[in-house]
Design a protein around this ligand. Structure first.
Ligand SMILES: Cc1cc2nc3c(=O)[nH]c(=O)nc-3n(C[C@H](O)[C@H](O)[C@H](O)COP(=O)(O)OP(=O)(O)OC[C@H]3O[C@@H](n4cnc5c(N)ncnc54)[C@H](O)[C@@H]3O)c2cc1C
Length: 450
C-alpha cells in the first residue's frame, strides 16, 4: 500500500528543506526524500565548507601582505587540522536537519526518488508515496565532461574532504569552484593549474575585473591556461597526466589530482520525469513564472534544478522556495524576483557582482554612467598592504539608480550587499550618499565610488 501526503518534496537542500517546513507549518501533511545526507549541497559540500577553507587561507594572504610591515611570523596551513575544523560545521548537518524536520511532523525518507506516475514517487524501486503536489528540489551535479579518462576526476565534494593537500593540483574548467579552490590550494602551498577551454573564465562576472583576478591569480602562483581544451586524463606512476589542446598543439600537465571544475547541471537524470509527465531541458525542469511544471500542474521545481533566470545559488534557491511554498499554500500567483541578486567568487581578493553587466545595461538602452575605478590606493586597501581593488559601478544617468555593481577586492564579499540592497530597494546614488557610515571602513568608501 502506498502512503499518501499533501506534498512530497524531493531534496532537502536550501530549497526543498524550506518548502517542506513552510508547508508543514501551515498544517499540510508533508514527506521529504533525500538520496544523500539531509541538508543539501550548501551546508555539507558547498558554500559553508568552502567558506571555512577560504577564510583560513585568506589569513595566510593577510599575514604575507603584512610581513615586514609590523607582522613578523610566517603562517602556514595545517590541512588536516583545517579539514577537521571544517567538519565541525558540516558533520552535524544531516542528523540535525533530519531531526528538525521530524520534530516538525514531516515524514522523512532516504533513497533515490523517481516518478512512477503523475502523483506517485517510488523510493529506490521499492516504497511508493502519493501526493497531491510534488516538489522537485534535487539541485545540481557536476556535468559529465567529454574527456577520456574522466573516471580519474576528483569532484568538489571529495576535494572538501581530502585528508591531505596534494602537491600538484590541476583544475579542469574555469568556473567559480575552480578559482575558489585554486586560491585555497595555492595559499596552502600547492602547485596549481586551471585549464580553461575558452578565452574568458568566470563568464557571469565583469570581464575587466575577471582579467584583473586572473592576473592576480597568476601573481600568487596559479597557472591559468586559457584557450586550452582538456582531451584526456591518464593515470601515471606519479599521479595523472592531463592531455590538452592549445592552438592545435598537444600540451601536457602533470598533477597528483585532477579536479572537476567544469560546471554543474540540473539533477534530473534519475527522476524518471517522463513517468510523471514533467517536461525538462538541459537547463532543468521547465517551469512557468510560478515555478510550476508546464506539463504537470501539480509539480513544482525550485533551486538549481529549475530552469529559471536565477543563478544556481543558495539565496536564489531560498527565493524560489518562498515562491513555491506560497503558490502551494495560497494559490498560484507568487513569483521569485531575481533583481539585484548578488554573487561572489570567494577568491582572495574576492570578485563580486549584483545587477546588470555593462553590456546588459547598454543592450537595454539605458543612458549610463560607468564609474570604473582602481581603488587599490585608497586607505581601506593600503593600510593592509593590499594591492588589488577595483570597482565598476553602472548608474542610470536619467533616474540616478544603480543598475549594476562589480567589485574586486578583499572587502568585495561584504560590500556587494550594500549595492544589492540599493538595487533591490530601488535606492538612488543620492540616497546612498545621504547615509552616515562608520569611518574608516570599506563601506564608508561607497559615496566616493558613486
Ligand atoms: C563547491 C560549491 C560551492 C558553492 N558555494 C556557494 C556559495 O558560496 N554561495 C552560494 O550561494 N551557493 C554556492 N553553491 C551553490 C549552492 O550550494 C546551491 O545553489 C544550493 O545548494 C542549491 O540548493 P538546492 O536546494 O537547489 O539543491 P541542493 O542543495 O543541491 O539539494 C538537493 C538535494 O536533493 C537530493 N537529491 C538529488 N536527486 C535526488 C533524488 N533523485 N532523490 C532524492 N534526493 C535527491 C540531493 O542529495 C541533495 O541533498 C556552491 C556549490 C558548490 C558545489
Amino acid at each position: 500500500m502506498s502512503e499518501k501526503f499533501d506534498v512530497i518534496v524531493i531534496g532537502t537542500g536550501p530549497s526543498g528543506g524550506a518548502i517542506a517546513n513552510k508547508c508543514r507549518n501551515d498544517g499540510l501533511n508533508v514527506a521529504v526524500i533525500d538520496s544523500r545526507g539531509y541538508g543539501g549541497t550548501c551546508p555539507i559540500r558547498g558554500c559553508i565548507p568552502k567558506k571555512v577553507l577560504t577564510s583560513a587561507t585568506e589569513l595566510i594572504d593577510q599575514n604575507m601582505r603584512m610581513r615586514h610591515k609590523g607582522i613578523d611570523s610566517k603562517s602556514g596551513v595545517n590541512w588536516k587540522t583545517l579539514i577537521d575544523f571544517k567538519r565541525t560545521f558540516t558533520d552535524p548537518v544531516p542528523d540535525a536537519t533530519e531531526k528538525g524536520l521530524k520534530e516538525s511532523g514531516i515524514a522523512t525518507f532516504h533513497g533515490q526518488a523517481a516518478f512512477v506516475g503523475a502523483h506517485e514517487i517510488q523510493i529506490n524501486d521499492g516504497q511508493i508515496l502519493k501526493a497531491e503536489k510534488i516538489v522537485i528540489a534535487t539541485g545540481a551535479d557536476p556535468v559529465s565532461l567529454p574527456i577520456e579518462g574522466k573516471q580519474y576526476l576528483t569532484y568538489s565534494d571529495e576535494f572538501l574532504e581530502m585528508e591531505s593537500l596534494p602537491e600538484r593540483i590541476i583544475f579542469v574548467g574555469g568556473g567559480y569552484v575552480s578559482f575558489e579552490f585554486a586560491h585555497i590550494a595555492a595559499r596552502a602551498g600547492s602547485e596549481v593549474h586551471i585549464i580553461q577551454r575558452g578565452e574568458s573564465p568566470l563568464k557571469a562576472f565583469d570581464p575587466d575585473l575577471v582579467k584583473r583576478l586572473v592576473d592576480k591569480s597568476e601573481e600568487i602562483g596559479i597557472n591559468v591556461h586559457l584557450n586550452t581544451s582538456v582531451k584526456a586524463i591518464e593515470k601515471s606512476t606519479q599521479g595523472f597526466t592531463v592531455k590538452a589542446e592549445k592552438n592545435k598543439e598537444t600540451v601536457t600537465f602533470a598533477g597528483d589530482i585532477v579536479v572537476h571544475g567544469g560546471g554543474r547541471a540540473p539533477n534530473v537524470d534519475r527522476l524518471n520525469l517522463e513517468q510523471g509527465n514533467v517536461n525538462y531541458e538541459k537547463a532543468g525542469i521547465t517551469v512557468n513564472e510560478c515555478l510550476q511544471s508546464v506539463s504537470n500542474p501539480d509539480v513544482y521545481a525550485a533551486g538549481d534544478v529549475a530552469d529559471t533566470p536565477g543563478a544556481p545559488l543558495t539565496p536564489v534557491a531560498q527565493l524560489e522556495a518562498e515562491a513555491v511554498s506560497n503558490n502551494i499554500l495560497k494559490g498560484n500567483k507568487h513569483q521569485a524576483d531575481y533583481t539585484g541578486v548578488p554573487s561572489v567568487v570567494f577568491t582572495t581578493p574576492k570578485l563580486a557582482m549584483a545587477g546588470m553587466s555593462e553590456q546588459q545595461a547598454e543592450d537595454a538602452g539605458y543612458n549610463t554612467r560607468v564609474n570604473n575605478m582602481d581603488i587599490a590606493e585608497w586607505f581601506t586597501y593600503k593600510h593592509t598592504n593590499d594591492d588589488t581593488a577595483a570597482v565598476k559601478i553602472i548608474i542610470d544617468k536619467d533616474s540616478d539608480h544603480i543598475l549594476g555593481a562589480h567589485l574586486l577586492g578583499g572587502e568585495a564579499g561584504e560590500l556587494i550587499n550594500y549595492f544589492a540592497m540599493a538595487i533591490q530597494l530601488n535606492l538612488t546614488t543620492a540616497d546612498l550618499k545621504k547615509v552616515t557610515y562608520v569611518f574608516p571602513t570599506a563601506v564608508s568608501d561607497i559615496p566616493s565610488m558613486l
